[in-house]
Design a binder for this molecule. Structure first.
Ligand code: NDP
Length: 287
């Protein structure tokens, strides 16, 4: 049984990006720039933003960090996004979700220039993903595919089951797994709370992806012997962070599994860094 080390893989990706950025900035070009916007004082969002700003520093990305009061108006936020859209030194714009009550998150995401939408949430990027066109892919599903790629665990020709259909994880992950790609080409089933027999669906999976937000819900009974289990769930419990899988029981049965913490979680920020560096390389003036 193989434990898929997302923490180590994310560190490797950050080191690769750092080397890439250093090699290009050594020629005299500006560093990549990522604007990170936090509205309000949600403690979990504050931690995420702090981790994103720290990762930027490690990779050599210049981060512009905006901490705005929850009382900011929709128009003020839209004005800031418009200003960042037009700045040449900003390659990516990240608006930390969820926004406080009274602000329209979807309208704000749609106001970000799709070419700077490094979180991959703009409707243009979501639409391009569904059409199999080049686009920014949202960071958690992109991180899942990157982990499969780096561990050479291809779902091609296999049966994949995704539990969860959210816009930020389940749905884009299902689209990536179904696309015509060496680390796609799976036959994908998407499950949700209206799925009649979740255990039976999951037991069919050669690759089982969990994005439910239900601590240790998936027991060994849900898992086919020799399956690959990718656990996206991050659930705070009194015993600490737990995934959607009952790790100790499930790992007895599987070929490979991601732990929580240290699995998919760290990959999300690594993919944000990757998307930002990619945007920067595309936007740099060509010699
Ligand atoms: P959502 O709450 O938006 O979606 C949960 C999905 O799971 C829904 O589609 C829901 O179905 C489905 N679901 C819930 N309970 C059941 C059940 N008993 N049987 C079948 N389906 C069920 O969560 P997110 O997608 O935002 O996040 C999922 C998990 O991933 C969370 O633990 C979150 O913390 C974690 N996460 C981790 C990230 C990372 O690694 N960096 C990033 C984002 C999320 P329905 O649609 O019918 O309600």
């Amino acid at each position: 049984m193989q434990i898929i080390d997302g923490k180590g893989t994310a560190a490797t990706i950050r080191a690769e990006l750092k080397a890439q950025v250093a090699a290009i900035t050594a020629l005299g070009t500006r560093a990549p720039g990522l604007a990170v916007i936090l509205v309000g004082e949600d403690p979990a969002s504050q931690v995420y933003v702090r981790n994103k700003v720290r990762a930027c520093a490690e990779v050599g990305i210049h981060s512009l960090h905006y901490e705005l009061p929850a009382s900011i108006s929709q128009q003020e936020l839209l004005d800031l996004l418009a200003a960042l859209n037009s700045r040449d030194d900003v390659d990516g714009i990240l608006l930390q979700m969820p926004l406080p009550k009274g602000l329209d998150g979807n309208a704000c995401l749609a106001a970000i220039d799709p070419a700077k939408d490094v979180d991959g949430f703009h409707p243009i990027n979501v639409g391009r993903l569904s059409q199999g066109l080049p686009c920014f892919v949202s960071c958690t599903p992109a991180g899942v595919i990157e982990l499969l790629r780096r561990y050479n665990l291809s779902p091609a020709g296999k049966k994949a089951v995704v539990v969860g259909r959210s816009n930020i994880v389940g749905k884009p992950l299902a689209m990536l797994l179904a696309r015509n790609d060496a680390f796609g080409n799976a036959t994908v089933t998407v499950c949700h709370s209206a799925t009649p027999d979740l255990a039976a669906e999951c037991r069919e999976a050669d690759f089982l992806f969990l994005a439910m937000g239900k601590p240790e819900f998936i027991t060994a009974d849900y898992v086919k012997k020799g399956a690959v289990v990718i656990d996206v769930g991050i659930n705070r419990t009194e015993e600490g962070l737990r995934g959607d899988a009952d790790f100790d029981a499930v790992c007895q049965k599987v070929a490979a599994i991601t732990p929580v913490p240290g699995g998919v979680g760290p990959m999300t920020i690594a993919m944000l860094m990757k998307n930002t560096v990619q945007s920067w390389q595309t936007r740099l003036p060509k010699a």
